[in-house]
Design a protein around this ligand. Structure first.
Ligand code: GLP
Length: 241
């Protein structure tokens, strides 16, 4: 694991964008695995700025997102499809028909997950996966569990994740209780992984992820086994490393 310590959130966002920009420059038809949450928003802003100044061209790229709430359509402003449109896709020339997010409107979980695994296979796997880190060590919506789920599946969100995400909804009751998420296997097969981590509230979990035992109780700890992971963390998040 490479640890890249940065001054603050903006510095983290620039450094993460540097890595993604290099990927898109070297392989314009790359497959980017993308993430939601507050951590990557600055990275998307940086990438948009570089697109606007002519440094980046996404016209040949494809994206596959990590996860989506079950039950939320793409026009719901809390869906991850909406988040991605709003924070990234609407501002760059990545063709919309090549931006994939699990289908939250498909009520049949097996159907939704099988279809998404097929999409990941059809695009040829992921060249670079961008990840945030949940407070309990989750990546995508792979919550602490007693095994590492291999492929896209339907998860029951934990109380701590519902609690962390309720700030975005009118009330806790409105937070969906289930989501479709890529599995740990899908993520580990990405050829390169970049994790953005920011803030003092992530310092304890980041230490466990990087230095603790590899266990499904801390899903992101499995990244220790990946050959090409860069953790871009600001000073506050990296304080305990
Ligand atoms: C959500 C997402 C994750 C994200 C996590 C952390 O649960 N499913 O992909 O990494 O939140 O979010 P944040 O970056 O806002 O702390």
């Amino acid at each position: 694991m490479q640890i890249c310590k940065t001054k603050d959130y903006d510095d983290m966002s620039r450094k993460a964008a540097n890595i993604i920009a290099a990927q898109v420059t070297m392989k314009p038809d790359c497959v980017l695995g993308l993430a939601t949450g507050s951590s990557p928003i600055g990275t998307y802003k940086e990438l948009i700025a570089r697109y606007n100044n002519g440094d980046l061209d996404f016209s040949k790229a494809t994206s596959v997102n990590l996860d989506e709430y079950k039950g939320l359509p793409g026009d719901n402003d809390q869906s991850y499809r909406y988040f991605m449109n709003h924070n990234f896709f609407d501002h760059v020339n990545l063709p919309k028909e090549r931006t994939f997010v699990p289908d939250g409107t498909e009520p049949d979980a097996d159907k939704a997950c099988d279809a998404y695994n097929q999409i990941i296979a059809d695009v040829g796997g992921i060249d670079l996966q961008l990840l945030g880190l949940g407070h309990n060590g989750h990546i995508g919506f792979n919550e602490p569990a007693d095994c590492f789920p291999p492929v896209t599946h339907c998860v029951d969100l934990t109380a701590s994740t519902i609690d962390a995400n309720k700030r975005f909804f009118d009330s806790e009751d409105d937070v969906p209780k289930q989501a479709y998420t890529m599995g740990i296997g899908n993520i580990m097969l990405a050829r390169k992984i970049v994790v953005v981590v920011s803030g003092a509230d992530k310092a304890d979990i980041l230490k466990k992820v990087v230095e603790g035992p590899i266990t499904p109780e801390v899903p992101a700890s499995i990244l220790q086994l990946h050959p090409d992971v860069t953790i871009v963390a600001d000073e506050a998040a990296a304080a305990k490393l």
